[in-house]
Design a protein around this ligand. Structure first.
Ligand code: IMP
Ligand code: MG
Length: 182
């Protein structure tokens, strides 16, 4: 693995990420052909993924943002999910696609899927760039997955560790004296 300094090692390079997003975009474009797609981005981690995915879509789209907090300043979950910013638009009769950066325990998406389903969309699917299936607590069906990754904490490409590293163009693991951060 290549190093980008400060104990950060590249797990997925900028090129790998962009290639995979183009594939996902083509698949989603095909699945929603002739329809209007409403993308719901989960702030803040999924913002880069949303903006790159959006540019690969060749269907009519609209976007909205929602924010939840499930992590307290670090890499371990509190198990609680709190809505910190709601959507601007109603979802009824829309084809809704939730855009997430990473599915870890599944608690965030389970909470959000139930919440958004209660608003009567015509359809409700999920796309995530990253999936850590080994960490799942709450089972959740994810429709589109960019990459399955091992059980390590990752930063970059929108993902943070205590709000740092979001600007990196790659997805990196964090190496500490005690080994990889989990
Ligand atoms: P879950 O509720 O445990 O599935 O966690 C989902 C959220 O936790 C994601 O939207 C991320 O914001 C955050 N998260 C989980 N794993 C990581 C990671 O490895 N790096 C950065 N953020 C993570
Ligand atoms: Mg997130």
């Amino acid at each position: 693995m290549a190093t980008v300094g400060n104990g950060l090692k590249i797990l997925l390079s900028r090129e790998q990420i962009q290639t995979r997003i183009a594939e996902l975009g083509a698949q989603i474009t095909g699945d929603y052909a002739g329809k209007r797609l409403h993308l719901v981005c989960i702030l803040k981690g999924a913002c880069m993924f949303l903006s790159d995915l959006l540019r690969t879509l060749e269907v009519d789209t609209s976007i909205d943002f929602i924010a939840v907090s499930s992590y307290k300043n670090g890499s371990s979950t509190t198990g609680e999910v709190q809505l910190t910013k709601d959507l601007d638009f109603p979802l009824d009769k829309r084809e809704v696609l939730i855009v997430e950066d990473i599915v870890d325990t599944g608690l965030t998406l389970s909470y959000l899927k139930d919440l958004l389903a209660s608003r009567h969309p015509n359809s409700l699917k999920i796309v995530t760039l990253l999936d850590k299936p080994s960490r799942r607590i709450q089972p959740i069906e994810v429709d589109y997955i960019g990459f399955e990754i091992p059980d390590a904490f990752v930063v970059g490409y929108g993902l943070d560790y205590a709000e740092r590293y979001r600007q990196l163009p790659h997805i990196c693991v964090v190496e500490t004296a005690a080994g990889l951060l989990k």
